[in-house]
Write a protein that binds this ligand. Structure first.
Ligand code: ATP
Length: 333
């Protein structure tokens, strides 16, 4: 986890961060809830200029961790350093260092898209003319022009999310913290968001901390990823480095039209090794065996029963499974 990193290069450094939400006693009609240790000793370093991801299932502690980094939630113990500032001691400094897009940002709902972006830029200290320039730039780069005059609360879910990303990008902050920015967005909007994030990094040297469930997106946009599970970092590396953890087995998916032809001996053999989900069989095989299997199912008698197949190199999802995490909440898109 890069503990020998030179301090000057770290944009974010957390040391042994612990946060427990207290237990709730049962009241009439509502059951008791036990205490939850949402972050359980998290030590991480995000380098300057890096796009760093937090990946993990629902309830892993990602948002709790991010809220501690942004000064919104005080940890029970541990330290948070943002660009040389101690934000546990001085939480008010976080707002000047970072732009935070939370999972549910409703503060701007009454404003039009255009005004939401401009107001955010002004609140972040830009002079009126610079704020208007930023607003116009963001409207163009996220292709929000057609929606500029509409209030956020009259937009669709994906459009509203895009407008919130626009506001997060307004103003000059060296650190962007984005909690599931592309939720509900179509592929065009998602691509515009990633291009805009990349531009902030390339042009302005921004550091980006990104919370995501989306394994495919994570693989394409992140420099490094920390996998969180039950409040702990269970792995941290580049997507490639993490994938090397699972060796070079590949994933073969076979989708049958109707009924798999179990009378074919090779198919009966594969059935024993496959994870079956409806008509889909998922197999993890050494590359050579996978190629031979593809040849046998696409040229032999089984072919007529085959609807589709895919052969894929390991994904972060495979890494996650290999690390012993649960599958729920890791969404493929
Ligand atoms: N205000 C709260 N009070 C009590 N428990 C909470 C509170 N907020 C979160 N938790 C619990 O803390 C754990 C971590 O939650 P957190 O929201 O940080 O997870 P997450 O990884 O962001 O999940 P998701 O992917 O669903 O957003 C969960 O078990 C959750 O139920």
């Amino acid at each position: 986890m890069g503990s020998v990193e030179a301090p000057a290069r770290a944009a974010v450094r957390t040391t042994d961060l612990v946060k427990t939400y207290p237990a709730v006693r049962s009241r009439r009609g509502s059951p008791a809830a036990p205490a939850v240790r949402a972050t359980d000793g998290v030590s991480l370093q995000v380098r300057r200029g890096e796009v760093f991801g937090l990946l993990g299932p629902n309830g892993a502690g990602k948002s709790t961790l991010v809220r501690q980094l942004t000064g919104l939630l005080r940890p029970d113990s541990g330290a948070v350093d943002l660009l040389g500032h101690d934000v546990v001691r001085h939480p008010e400094r976080a707002a000047r260092l970072l732009a935070y897009l939370s999972q549910d940002s409703s503060a701007l709902d009454e404003l039009t898209v255009s005004l939401a972006i401009e107001t955010t830029a002004r609140l972040r200290g830009l002079a009126p003319r610079a704020a208007r320039r930023t607003r116009d730039e963001v409207l163009v780069e996220l292709e929000l022009g057609a929606l500029a005059g509409r209030p956020l609360n009259r937009l669709s879910g994906g459009q509203r999310r895009l407008a919130c990303v626009g506001a997060a990008l307004a103003g000059e902050r060296p650190l962007l913290v984005l909690d599931e920015p592309t939720t509900g967005m179509d592929p065009v909007a998602r691509r515009a968001v990633w291009a805009a994030v990349d531009r902030r990094r390339e042009r302005d040297g921004c550091t980006v901390l990104l919370v995501t469930h989306n394994v495919i997106e994570a693989e394409t946009v992140l420099d490094r990823v920390a996998v969180l599970d039950r409040g702990r970092v269970i792995a941290c590396d580049t997507p490639g480095g993490l994938k090397a953890l699972v060796g070079d087995d590949v994933r073969l998916e076979l989708v049958w039209r109707d009924r798999p032809p179990l009378e074919v001996p090779r198919i009966a053999e594969l059935r024993a090794e496959a994870t079956v989900t409806g008509r889909r069989w998922t197999l993890r095989l050494p590359p050579r065996t996978a190629r031979e299997t593809v040849t046998s199912v696409t040229t032999g008698p089984a072919f007529a029963a085959l609807d589709d197949f895919t052969l894929a190199t390991p994904s972060l999802e495979d890494v996650y499974l290999a690390l012993g995490g649960r599958t729920e909440g890791l969404v493929k898109a």
